[in-house]
Design a protein around this ligand. Structure first.
Ligand code: SF4
Length: 68
């Protein structure tokens, strides 16, 4: 359910499970108020990557990079 909802085309089918490309994920900053993949997930399986925490400014910069 999440893949078609991602505004950044960041979700793809990995070797075993769906995965998120962190270089394309803005946590929906620039598109929505909260991560839309999390909102639509029926099994609550999308968790933050604690090894890659990004600030709001960093996410906003990524959004500008991806959309310019
Ligand atoms: S948080 Fe938003 S941008 Fe990141 S993978 Fe989910 S839907 Fe895509």
């Amino acid at each position: 359910m999440c893949m078609p909802e991602c505004p950044n085309d960041a979700i793809y089918m990995g070797a075993k499970i769906f995965e998120i490309n962190p270089d394309k994920c803005t946590e929906c900053v620039g598109h929505y108020d909260k991560p839309t993949c999390v909102s639509v997930c029926p099994i609550d399986c999308i968790k933050p990557d604690l090894n890659r925490v990004e600030s709001l400014d960093e996410l906003a910069e990524k959004y500008v990079r991806l959309t310019s």
